[in-house]
Design a protein around this ligand. Structure first.
Ligand code: CP3
Length: 353
């Protein structure tokens, strides 16, 4: 049993008492940090950085050297799974992720292999182990994956930033094909997250970045159901310690009750919802993570402090809140404003505990 020296984040996820509200930032290791850009230049490109356990360890630790964050997150990407499935992932300059062989035909979908994380995604497991050792139990390490539906968006569209025409056409015209993809993705994600837990991840998060693009009924059938299946197959304990999980559907505020019902420990919130209302709606069922608009980090430290106070006040007294942004930090964020955010959360939250 190795409990991190600072386990505030894990306790908040399990709604156990804490002295202050823990904080970490989605995409905390990234392009807004000059040291990240320096390491990425040394790696050559983003994918090589993900595939080098020692460089991934280096960038995972960079934000922790600057800010007193309460958790580290594995440096990787959600698209490692479709990459391991052989879809030919690449990052075109300034264009985001692309696939050489997007999934369009039934034969391609039937041929899709669920990757074995211990061989096909060995580099991720090696990174998790190396990061744990470099962290030396300072703070917990979060492992993560994309949701089956969010992964399918990239796999079917072949790139990001689309109007979801391909995947929604499949969803409405050939739903059984999309279900085949989602079933394989759910199996892949379950094995991948369990392997991360066995390699040392102390909490796991599912990023359902595009679930919010679905209709009310399609969300349940094509995204939520598969996340529920993953949670049912997830290891809940490792070496005698609970491994809490977080489910984040961007744009999922309308469906909070349904999300909180699938067996997760915590629900991630984007910035479109009031966290106090969210808390009243989910009751004691789950902890909440969020939910500052990342654009607030373009303002001044004074304004950031005021906005932090609003969220802490809205959540109110007691444990069960992990402070975070409502989505990833922008590459144009001044690092000193991220520092102001972390400091404000730590200083202002003590009175609520
Ligand atoms: O939070 C962290 O610090 C961990 C690292 C992390 C990355 N991607 C690194 C990354 C995590 C958790 C992700 C998840 C991810 N990747 C998601 C879900 C979360 C979200 O943001 O919605 C998605 C949809 C992806 C797919 C992806 N990867 C996209 C769309 C892009 C391009 C985005 C952009 O801003 O250009 C990436 C690239 C990526 N993943 C970068 C980083 C730091 C930037 C790449 C670079 O260095 O050039």
């Amino acid at each position: 049993m190795t409990i991190p020296k600072n386990d505030t984040f894990l306790r908040a996820l399990l709604k156990q008492p804490v002295e202050y509200t823990p904080v970490w930032l989605m995409r905390q290791a990234g392009r807004y940090l000059p040291e990240y850009n320096e390491t990425r230049a040394r790696a050559g490109d983003f994918l090589s950085l993900c595939k080098s356990p020692s460089l991934a360890t280096e960038v995972t630790l960079q934000p922790l050297e600057r800010f007193p964050l309460d958790a580290a997150i594995l440096f990787s990407d959600i698209l490692t799974i479709p990459d391991a499935m052989g879809l030919g992932l690449y990052f075109a300059q300034g264009e985001g992720p692309m696939f050489e062989r997007p999934l369009r035909q039934e034969s391609d979908i039937q041929a899709l292999k669920v990757p074995d994380p211990d061989s096909d995604l060995r580099y991720v497991m090696d990174a998790v182990a190396e990061i744990r050792s470099a962290l030396d139990n300072r703070v917990p390490l979060i492992g993560f994956s994309g949701s089956p539906f969010t992964l399918a968006c990239y796999m079917v569209e072949g790139k990001g930033g689309t109007d979801f025409r391909e995947i929604k056409t499949m969803l409405y015209k050939q739903p059984e094909l999309l279900h085949q993809i989602l079933e394989k993705n759910a199996q892949a994600v379950t094995a991948y997250l369990n392997a991360q837990i066995e390699s040392g991840a102390q909490a796991v998060m599912i990023f359902d970045t595009w679930g919010g693009a679905l209709s009310h009924t399609a969300y349940r059938e094509f995204s939520l159901q598969y996340m529920q299946q993953i949670l049912a197959g997830l290891k809940r304990e490792q070496a005698g310690l609970r491994i809490p999980n977080i489910v984040f559907t961007k744009g999922g505020g309308l469906w909070l009750e349904a999300i909180s019902d699938i067996g997760c420990d915590a629900v991630g919130l984007d910035w479109t919802i009031d966290i106090g209302d969210a808390r009243r709606r989910v009751g004691d069922k789950v902890a909440l993570q969020g939910n500052l608009d990342p654009s607030i980090l373009f303002a001044s430290p004074e304004i950031i402090t005021k906005e932090v106070e609003k969220i802490l006040t809205s959540y109110g007294n007691g444990s069960g809140h992990v402070f975070n942004l409502g989505h990833g930090i922008s590459q144009f964020t001044p690092p000193e404003n991220a520092a102001a955010l972390v400091e404000a959360v730590h200083a202002l939250s003590r009175k609520f505990h």
